[in-house]
Design a protein around this ligand. Structure first.
Ligand SMILES: Cc1cc2nc3c(=O)[nH]c(=O)nc-3n(C[C@H](O)[C@H](O)[C@H](O)COP(=O)(O)OP(=O)(O)OC[C@H]3O[C@@H](n4cnc5c(N)ncnc54)[C@H](O)[C@@H]3O)c2cc1C
Length: 416
């Protein structure tokens, strides 16, 4: 009998790395979302990627059955808001990492889809909770002439003496009514298919248009005067529908107002802090998916007379991917833990997580593609799509460099 007493342990980590102490509920949700990610999101995302933007949202598109299957998981904001803040802070990143592991573009469609409802819950507005319940949402903030600018709610990034110019979309307060005119850009995720929009727009509260004192409005997308552009054709996240939303004298009662002019900056801060944290989870998951495929391939492909995995450089390459993903996840969980448990979220933590996760996803997808060699470049294998999907994330929900400057502005304040 060989003496094994001096053998070192061979620890095989779970898919989400050095994670311990998940509750039974967390393990159950992680398991069911992971199965949904593998069996539904990944294959549907790959199919949609090869379709035209029109086909992606066509009547026979698998997108719609995916949406129905996701609803069956019972993870809508109404269910999440039955939990404590602490429970939500732990469960949401688990859910979005698994969704991103399946398909990042579809994960963003589901995330953007629930944002209107989530914010209505967050602000405790019962009317708007009911209006958004079970509806596919979109977040309409970017305008044709205002991308980075409109996310700069408090003008921290404005060039001295620079001027952000006229808004492309405005809300006018008229007695008990809100009147919306103008357009949002082609980048609105779910813009062509959403049932409701959470609209962020400059407003005229009786004393002229003020871009810093805007309004946040929940807009039912079947309202007279609302129309949409054509679905956007783009290089990554092709499964994610995007398109313009137009408003022509759209009249709504003030009951649709989620945040008024005095709360506009804070509301932009809040949604950006939320969306950037979601991005942190989704792209940690996307990186993990590429890493897993690279490990798998290195166990199958031979080069230099042996399996790829036996080459020292492959081991180092895979370790570097693993290290970055672990760091990205740890930061994301930390951002959620702080932001959901403190009296105010710290946007700099959400931004740190978004920037780290998206750059990690791009780097890891690129390295994983390299592990696949020439195969990685072909559409027969999943890596080229993942790499394209990850590339889009460096611009999505704010360009990383612009977000970084914003976070830096908070970090350099010595006093609150
Ligand atoms: C996949 C995807 C999904 C998206 N989803 C949504 C959505 O759901 N809803 C929505 O409303 N929008 C959405 N967007 C839009 C996104 O928020 C914008 O694209 C982003 O904020 C950047 O705006 P822009 O594209 O107009 O670039 P610009 O603002 O024109 O920036 C162009 C370049 O200039 C740089 N730059 C800008 N300002 C400064 C500055 N002050 N100093 C130095 N450099 C600067 C930027 O970093 C960038 O490199 C999405 C975008 C993508 C790619």
């Amino acid at each position: 009998m060989p003496d094994n007493s001096n053998h070192s342990p061979n620890v095989i980590l779970p898919p989400t790395g050095g994670e311990v102490g998940l509750t039974e509920l967390e393990l159950a949700v992680q398991d069911s979302v992971r199965r949904f990610a593998r069996e539904v999101l990944r294959p549907v995302g790959q199919e949609l990627d090869k379709m035209t933007p029109e086909e992606v949202i066509g009547e026979n598109s698998p997108y719609w059955s995916m949406l129905g299957q996701f609803a069956e998981l019972g993870l809508a904001p109404s269910a999440l808001f039955e939990m404590t803040q602490k429970e939500r802070s732990r469960l949401i990143p688990i859910i979005y990492e698994e969704l991103g592991y399946g398909d990042s573009g579809l994960a963003i469609s589901l995330g953007a889809g629930s944002l209107a409802s989530l914010m209505a819950h967050r602000y405790g507005n019962q009317t708007l909770i009911e209006l958004t319940e079970g509806k596919l949402g979109c977040w309409a903030i970017t305008e044709p002439d205002h991308g980075s600018d409109i996310l700069d709610y408090n003008r921290q990034n404005q060039y001295p003496g620079g001027y952000y110019g006229q808004p492309n979309c405005t809300v006018t307060f008229n007695g008990d009514d809100l009147i919306i005119n103008g357009q949002k850009s082609a980048w609105v995720s779910n813009g062509v298919i959403a049932d409701v929009a959470i609209l962020y727009a400059a407003c005229d509260n009786g004393d002229g248009i003020n871009t810093r004192k805007g309004a946040v409005i929940i807009v039912p997308m079947d309202q007279p005067g609302v129309s949409r552009g054509k679905p956007l054709d783009k290089v990554g996240q092709r499964a994610l529908n995007q398109g313009e939303v137009y408003f022509d004298n759209v009249r709504l009662s003030k009951a649709h107002l989620l945040a008024g002019p005095n709360d506009y900056e804070k509301a932009t801060y809040d949604i950006l802090a939320e969306a950037n944290a979601v991005m942190g989870s989704v792209f940690t998951g996307q990186a993990r998916a590429a890493y897993e495929l690279a490990v798998q391939y290195s166990n199958e492909r031979k080069a230099g007379g042996t399996l790829l995995k036996n080459h020292q450089y492959t081991k180092l390459r895979l370790f570097e991917m693993f290290r970055q993903i672990e760091a990205s996840r740890a930061l994301n969980l930390r951002a959620y833990r702080y932001n959901y448990n403190a009296s105010e979220p710290a946007i700099q933590l959400s931004i740190a997580s978004k920037v780290t996760a998206t750059q990690t996803a791009l780097d890891v997808c690129s390295e994983a593609l390299q592990v696949f060699g020439g195969n990685g470049l072909t559409r027969e294998y999943p890596l080229e799509k993942m790499w394209r999907d990850a590339r889009a994330s460096l611009i999505e929900d704010g360009c990383n460099e612009v977000l970084g400057m914003k976070a830096g502005s908070y970090l350099t304040q010595l006093e609150a």
